[in-house]
Design a protein around this ligand. Structure first.
Ligand code: IVH
Length: 670
């Protein structure tokens, strides 16, 4: 019996470890192990769970992206309504709030708590017997949307409550999901580069993310959560709000980074000043402070109005905006060739810094807001990072304002610009444009493509700006002296770069195909193209009909491949890559179809001595075979390593041939 329990023990141990590290990383921001070590633990758990599917539990750290895309969200009736807060921008109104409490609570002492008001999206998280069972939006306060699967992807939401002792029977916690400001900026940058619409501010990005029907998309968005209230509670109680915050922390939740307590409103005023000073210091956007009575026992006595409780109030800071003149509208060419209109402003002080420029996003947005050169404009720091023009004062126009037209030529190189179908962004189409070259080389060298170690963004900038490279093929002609002569480049790093470039010559053909940067050709299509055409010449000379015959290659991709190879410069770059010794044909390892194992399906169980599971899978695929995770009548072979799991039993039951490691090694020719 002991044997059967072993995987379970290890699985539980791994889950406990991973949960702890998750919490250290996402909640406490104090990681104890490297990402690599974390990944190793995660992979081990994933493999064990794949082996023993019966042991998969919904609260396992591997189950954060479990759900399938939804048609729409189901409705959730909140066990206790999610109320909003009464708001004020005026300190005297806070005095009135205090006076009202004194009237409602004669002779009863009470104290206050102040915490930041987080500008995100309110959610309620329901835990039953310690397990996260449902997550919902506020909706109208009584009925919200069930977004459980989306919230499961938020790493700082524990899937299971932590802490000693038995968990409460029911715990509903409430808080705010947000996108940290820096990660929001990064997401927008990536979207802009991909020609997608950017989000106006972190809250829109958060709301837009939580509305996604496919949890996998949500999982890729950098969302975070801070909890500050509770709904239904069974088997747990908190006397004060500060005790509640401490309790939530102990259960594994992230709470506000600072909470102030005060004996009276005067103390809260001081705290509010201090909080305002921290306005830009937090990773979330803060639009004010929330003042709450600390003694929770008084909440029932105080009750609520139709919408908000009488024991709390929000003090909001004015949005930080400024009015200034748009001196000029210029066009900036981003590192990816995207043309962005930029307002050059009369300098103005806003949110802690002097602003001289503001983004105008794109032509459409400008037209919608009717922004013209010479206009008096209201600017705001969207996400408090990128200043943006919110609106213009049309009443103040003199008639001398000039409408803006997007240039038809790239302001950097004079090359033609164009807009791809379905994209809002206008891009420079000249591949000789320094902005374009940088983009091209960065993509070529990236991890997913030719994987050139040591060639980071900064170095690409330097190489292009110094005229050392004009396309990816030039990389292979770089000399040590040239690289070493670059600013801040040590001899050793130069050597490393050249070694990285050299090593990339032997990459699989699909990496080269992907690295060429043909529009619409991703890594997956590149792999298909490799399988189909086997060398670059066959791909280059393929006509439309030949391309469209390839599985998964549609007319749009086919057209863009044809277009790419029509351009003489691209053909010339390829020729130089070939002459430099870059692999342009399919190698034995990457032979996939028609290999000796074509048509055979393998299932792996237990540990092999020679290979990891991934390596064994690669070997099988390299010989044309397929790997599946579950045994069925269609399985050709089950490869059983040491300590095989239930798959071996199933294979025996179904009469599927079982191979031991030695037989498997012979079969793959090792
Ligand atoms: S307490 C019953 N605390 O502000 C009151 N709310 O304008 C429960 N908010 O709907 C809310 N930070 O989405 C509370 N520290 C905080 C908050 C906070 C942000 C949001 C919340 C609420 C809205 C009201």
């Amino acid at each position: 019996m002991k044997k059967a329990r072993e995987p379970n023990d290890r699985i539980e141990q791994l889950r406990a470890e991973l949960r702890r590290h998750n919490r250290l990383y996402y909640v406490e921001a104090k990681p104890e192990i490297s990402d690599r070590d974390y990944d190793a633990l995660y992979k081990e758990l994933e493999a064990l769970e794949a082996e023993h599917p019966a042991l998969i539990a919904p609260d396992s750290p591997t189950q954060r992206v479990g759900g399938e895309p939804l048609e729409g969200f189901a409705s959730v009736r909140h066990a206790m309504p999610m109320m909003s807060l009464s708001n004020t921008y005026e300190k005297p109104e806070l005095e009135e709030f205090d006076a009202r409490l004194k009237r409602l609570l004669p002779d009863t002492p009470y104290t206050y708590v102040l915490e930041p008001k987080i500008d995100g999206v309110a959610v309620s998280l329901r835990y039953e017997e310690g397990l996260f069972v449902q997550g919902s939006t506020r909706g109208d306060g009584r009925v919200g949307d069930d977004i459980t699967n989306n919230l499961r992807t938020v790493r700082s939401i524990p899937l299971r409550l932590q802490g000693e002792g038995p968990p409460p029977a029911v715990l509903e916690v409430r808080g705010e999901v947000f996108m940290p400001k820096t990660l929001f900026a990064r997401l927008n940058r990536e979207r802009e580069e991909a020609g997608q619409e950017t989000f106006a501010n972190p809250r829109n990005a958060t709301a837009g993310s939580l509305k996604q029907l496919d949890p996998k998309i949500v999982a890729a968005r950098p969302l975070d959560v801070i909890l500050y209230a509770v709904g239904e509670l069974r088997g747990v109680a908190f006397e004060t709000h500060t005790a509640l915050i401490a309790g939530l922390k102990a259960l594994g939740f992230k709470t506000a980074p600072r909470v102030w307590t005060g004996r009276d409103m005067a103390a809260i005023f001081d705290a509010l000043d201090e909080l305002e000073g921290l306005r830009h210091a937090f990773e979330f956007e803060m639009d004010g402070g929330v003042i709450k009575v600390n003694e929770r026992a008084l909440y029932e006595r105080l009750g609520a109005t139709a919408k908000s409780p009488r024991w709390a109030v929000a003090y909001k800071y004015e949005p930080e905006r400024a009015e200034t003149r748009i001196v000029k509208i210029s066009v900036q060419v981003g590192r990816t060739g995207v043309l962005t209109p930029v307002a050059e402003l009369e300098p103005v002080f806003l949110s802690g810094s002097t602003v001289k420029r503001a983004t105008l996003h794109n032509e459409e947005d400008m037209r919608r807001k009717d922004i013209r050169e010479g206009d008096l404009a209201v600017i705001e720091k969207a996400g408090e990072i990128i200043p943006a023009v919110v609106s213009v004062n049309k009443a103040a126009r003199t008639g001398k304002e000039r409408e803006f037209v997007m240039p038809t030529e790239c302001p950097v190189c004079g090359g033609p610009v164009g807009k791809a179908e379905g994209e809002v962004a206008v891009r420079c189409e000249n591949m000789q444009c320094p902005a374009q070259i940088k983009r091209w080389v960065r993509h070529f060298a990236s991890r997913g493509a030719m994987d050139i170690e040591g060639l980071g963004d900064v170095l690409v900038e330097q190489l292009v700006d110094n005229g050392l490279i004009h396309d990816p093929a030039d990389l292979y002609a770089l000399k040590l002296e040239q690289v070493a002569a670059l600013e801040r480049m040590a001899e050793k790093s130069a050597q490393n770069l050249l070694a990285g470039i050299e090593a990339s010559k032997g990459r699989d053909l699909w990496r080269l195909i992907f690295g060429l940067g043909v529009r619409h050709v991703g890594a997956r299509s590149a792999q298909t193209l490799e399988t189909h055409f086997r060398d670059i010449d066959a791909l280059m000379t393929a006509d439309e009909a030949a391309l469209e015959q390839v599985p998964d290659i549609g007319p749009i991709v086919a057209a863009s491949i044809l277009e790419f190879f029509c351009i003489a410069r691209n053909r010339e770059v390829l020729e130089r890559l070939r002459r430099a010794g870059v692999n342009v044909a399919r190698t034995a390892e990457s032979v996939v179809d028609g290999g000796p194992l074509a048509g055979k399906t393998f299932v792996l169980t237990g540990a092999l001595e020679t290979f990891s599971r991934e390596e064994a899978g690669e070997k099988i695929r390299a010989k044309g075979g397929k790997v599946s995770s579950s045994v069925s009548k269609k399985t050709s072979f089950v490869v059983a390593g040491s300590e095989p799991g239930s798959k071996l039993d199933k294979a025996r039951k179904l009469g599927v041939e079982v191979l031991d490691e030695a037989a498997f090694m012979r079969m793959i020719g090792q």
